[in-house]
Every structure is written in structure tokens, then in C-alpha cells.
Design a protein around this ligand. Structure first.
Ligand code: SF4
Length: 499
């Protein structure tokens, strides 16, 4: 399996091309603007309620930094604690191994279907597709994930995967597709949110009551107690985590926390940063297996899939601190306009732009680090203080370097940069270039403005104009006026001396 195959969907068009289509979709942009704006305002309001918000962010970042520095140690502690509590831990180096493990575990139960709690890790490895190949049907139970699955669609937001869908679209998807997957949508279904939620509830209920196996992700796992945590808003996750006999959790290795007490920090930060709530409605915690209570067979699959390689990068490793709150998506001006599909990965937005290239190799996702204005809003919003602009700049340098290595001939941009370096390193050459550029610009200017530039510069001027340059450059003006004044004052001083 190549690096690019480790995370599903890569290989869709590069970001600029994929974004072009999204930018032309006015309905998508309106949906995104409304949804991200609402969550953004709620997040700001609830974060402002906590006087120690900044201290909480600092503490969370410090805990994550410490955990990553001693990741092997904490993972072994977690394995020991989960095993002692009656669970079984599996280690998966990549997507293929994780899929093999989960498929084997489901097959061992003799079941042909599983219910799923929303999980980015299982999307990352393409688990549903792998299960389908083995003849096992996976049912998504998170409402937004259900909409995505029924619509044969892809998630476009970490927290609200169907953020790109409006209510009437959802009604159509339910009416057309629910019957293919189980209980059909009620007759006369409207696009009222309550009606849509009730249709989903009825559709899912029969699956919860029938399911013998569930697959989940995990938000956190405490290494000292072996406790695994899932936070969610609907309670569908709670049904998956408690009703079936077998529970299989797939968790990225970076989700481990040294101790149960660390949850105190993260359970304050996560709901406020993700849904703008003080506390999320459902927080499920379980430790191994408890006789007579919940699943009696628990498996924890610890997934690497590029994370160890990411850990080796001193600048890039901070992307592993992410707690998937999606605050960075909701403040990102690029995400708000393009939506999540343009990123070609389960991880969209600013965090996707820094995480995906590291998980799959920069050369396989070279356009993503450039999918940002570097405005820094993501860094300000991130509850664990990931310096996303710093990682973006770092990965851009890597992408340029990788491109240079793979190319026999230099690009136009590389040649232009070389020429610029030669001009800017010599005052004489700079003055000559300025004179030539000013003359050329004045030739193409109309009414004092440049609206068109020839050749490769035409792409720049196609969307903007600029004032025509002054007849005289700043440097020329300085030389002319200051030199004359200096000469005059020198002459006056010499005259005084002579007298
Ligand atoms: S990078 Fe930060 S803001 Fe973005 S999803 Fe991760 S934790 Fe949240």
C-alpha cells in the first residue's frame, strides 16, 4: 500500500482545481457561511465565560506535548490497563492491517452487519469499504454520517459531515434511500428538522436493537486506567457503545492521554470549541469489560497509519495534538468558501491541510499546504494551540523541495524566483529593473491603472488591477532630492568656513 492509499479519497483533483467547482456553487457557500458562522459565534461566547480559558489551552498543549514525547511509554501503559480490565489490544501499522484486524474480529462473531459511531479513524482507513468487500454491512448511526452514507456522499466537515446539505436535500435523500438500507422514510416526510430527526430515529432504532457488533472511534483514552472516551451530541453513539455484545474501537495512537485526570482539561475545551456548548450531551466512558453491563467483548485497535512518521518531524508533529474539535474549520476563510470536499481527505480545513500531507507524504498531497491564506485565525481558535500557519509554511518548503527533486527542468516560478534573487541582490540591477518595469507598466496602463498584463502575468491581472507606477521611483526621487540638498548644505558650510 502506498502512502497515498493510507488515507482514502486522495487522488481527487488537486486543491485549486477541486476548489474551483465548489466556489461556483452558491448554495454550498450559503450553507457553509450560515453553519460555520453560527458555530463560530457560539464558541466565542462560551469560551469567553471561562476566565482561565487561555490557561486551559496552555495546559492542554503542554499535556499533548508531553504525551507525544513519551508516546511509546503511554501506549504500553494503556495496553496494560485495557488488558487488565478485560479488553484486548491490537496494533495496526497501517490502514490495511487495521481493516484486516477489524474484519477478522467481525467475522469471528459470525455477524454480517455492524453499527458504527461516528469515527474519523475508520473513515481514514476506509473501513466501511473493506467490510463491504468481506460481505459485512456497516451502518452509520450519527445523524450527519447517516445522511452522508444514504446520499452516497463524502463528509465535508469534521463535526458536521453533512454541513454541505440543506434541509430539502436531506428530505430527498431520506425519501429516496432509507428504504434501501432498512426502514423507509415515513409517508409525507417534510423538511422540518424535527420530522427529519424522527425519521432518522425510527430508521436507526431497529438497527440498534438488532446489532450484535459495534465499531467506534475514540476521542481519548487514559493510559493509567485504560478508560476509553467518546463524546457526542445525539445519544446514538451511546446506543452503539452499550447495546451490542462486541465493541471494536479503532483509535489513532495520538489520542492517548497519560492519566484519567487529564480529561478534566480536555472535556472543558472540546465541547466549547466544537459545538459551542459548555458540556456535550453524551460523554461515554468505559474501561475494558464489566460483567452484565454493556459489551462483553471489547477490542481496542491502535492505529499508526503515518503517525509515527509525523512524530519524527519536529515542526509538523504538533498536528498530532489535534482533538478534532473543528474550530479551525469554522474560522477559516478558505474552508468557508470551498467546503471540505476540495481537500480530498477525511480531514478537511486547516487541520487537514497540515495533517493529510504528513500522513500520506507531502509529495502525494502537495497542493494542500498552499490551501490557506496564512491569516492565523486557526491558530487563535485552536484549543490545543497548534501553530497551523507555522506547519503550513514548513510543509510548503517541503512540497517545493519535493517538486524540485522530481523535476528535470525548473518551473517558470523557480526561474522567476532565481531572476528575482539576482535582481534584488544588486542595487544597480534593481534600479535598471525598476526603470524597465515602470516603463512597461506605463505602456499598458489606461487612465492611470493597469488592468491587463501580458503572458503569464495575465492570470494575476485577470482578477485585479493596480495603479500605474509613478514616473520616478522612490530611490530615484531620494537620490535627486537628497543629493541636491546635501550638496547645497555642504556648499553653505564650506562657504561659512571660508569666511
Ligand atoms: S487543529 Fe485545533 S482547532 Fe483544528 S480541529 Fe484540531 S484541535 Fe480543533
Amino acid at each position: 500500500m502506498s502512502g497515498a492509499d493510507n488515507v482514502v479519497w486522495l487522488g481527487t483533483p488537486a486543491f485549486p482545481e477541486a476548489a474551483r467547482g465548489a466556489l461556483a456553487d452558491t448554495r454550498l457557500r450559503a450553507n457553509l457561511r450560515r453553519a460555520t458562522g453560527t458555530i463560530r459565534d457560539k464558541r466565542l461566547a462560551v469560551a469567553a465565560e471561562l476566565e482561565d480559558w487561555e490557561e486551559l489551552r496552555e495546559t492542554a498543549a503542554a499535556i499533548k506535548r508531553h504525551t507525544l514525547r513519551h508516546l511509546d511509554h503511554h501506549l504500553l501503559r494503556l495496553e496494560k490497563a485495557v488488558t487488565a480490565a478485560g479488553g484486548t489490544v491490537h496494533w495496526a501499522a497501517d490502514a490495511a492491517e487495521a481493516n484486516r484486524i477489524v474484519t477478522g474480529l467481525v467475522e469471528a462473531t459470525g455477524e454480517g452487519e455492524v453499527v458504527k459511531v461516528k469515527s474519523m479513524a475508520t473513515q481514514e482507513i476506509g473501513l466501511n469499504e473493506a467490510l463491504a468487500e468481506a460481505g459485512i454491512r456497516a451502518y452509520e448511526t450519527d445523524l450527519a454520517e447517516l445522511i452522508v452514507q444514504l446520499g452516497g456522499d463524502r463528509p465535508s466537515h469534521i463535526l458536521v459531515p453533512a454541513i454541505h446539505r440543506g434541509r430539502s436535500e436531506i428530505r430527498e435523500i431520506f425519501r429516496r434511500q432509507m428504504g434501501q438500507w432498512g426502514r423507509p422514510a415515513p409517508e409525507g416526510l417534510t423538511d422540518d428538522p424535527r420530522d427529519l430527526a424522527e425519521a432518522a430515529r425510527l430508521h436507526l432504532r431497529e438497527k440498534f436493537l438488532r446489532a450484535k457488533v459495534a465499531v467506534s472511534g475514540a476521542n481519548f483514552a487514559a493510559a493509567d486506567t485504560g478508560t476509553v472516551v467518546v463524546v457526542e451530541s445525539e445519544g446514538n453513539g451511546r446506543m452503539c457503545l452499550t447495546l451490542p455484545e462486541t465493541l471494536i474501537t479503532v483509535m489513532g495512537i495520538e489520542k492517548v492521554l497519560p492519566s484519567f485526570a487529564d480529561l478534566d482539561v480536555f472535556l472543558q475545551l472540546l465541547p466549547r470549541s466544537s459545538t459551542g456548548e459548555r458540556m456535550n450531551p453524551y460523554t461515554s466512558l468505559w474501561t475494558g469489560v464489566t460483567e452484565g453491563d454493556g459489551p462483553q467483548d471489547f477490542h481496542l485497535v491502535l492505529l499508526d497509519n503515518g503517525r509515527t512518521a509525523t512524530l519524527a518531524d519536529e515542526v509538523g508533529r504538533q498536528a498530532l495534538n489535534c482533538i478534532r474539535c473543528s474550530a479551525c474549520l469554522n474560522v477559516c476563510p478558505v474552508y468557508e468558501r470551498t467546503g471540505g470536499h476540495a481537500y480530498g481527505s477525511v480531514y478537511p480545513g486547516p487541520i487537514g491541510a497540515v495533517l493529510t500531507p504528513q500522513l500520506v507524504g507531502v509529495e502525494n498531497a502537495a497542493s494542500l499546504p498552499f490551501a490557506s491564506t496564512l491569516c492565523g485565525a486557526c491558530y487563535d481558535a485552536c484549543p490545543v494551540k497548534i501553530n497551523i500557519p507555522e506547519v503550513l509554511a514548513h510543509l510548503r518548503a517541503e512540497a517545493v523541495e519535493a517538486g524540485r527533486r522530481d523535476r528535470l527542468l525548473p518551473t517558470t516560478e523557480a526561474l522567476a524566483m532565481k531572476a528575482a534573487a539576482a535582481v534584488l541582490s544588486s542595487p544597480k540591477r534593481l534600479a535598471t529593473a525598476q526603470r524597465i518595469a515602470a516603463l512597461g507598466a506605463r505602456l499598458v496602463a489606461r487612465d492611470g491603472r493597469i488592468g491587463f498584463l501580458p503572458g503569464p502575468l495575465a492570470r494575476w491581472s485577470a482578477t485585479r488591477d493596480a495603479p500605474a507606477p509613478a514616473r520616478e521611483s522612490m530611490r530615484a526621487w531620494w537620490r535627486r532630492t537628497r543629493t541636491t540638498r546635501r550638496d547645497e548644505s555642504r556648499t553653505t558650510a564650506e562657504g561659512k568656513e571660508a569666511r
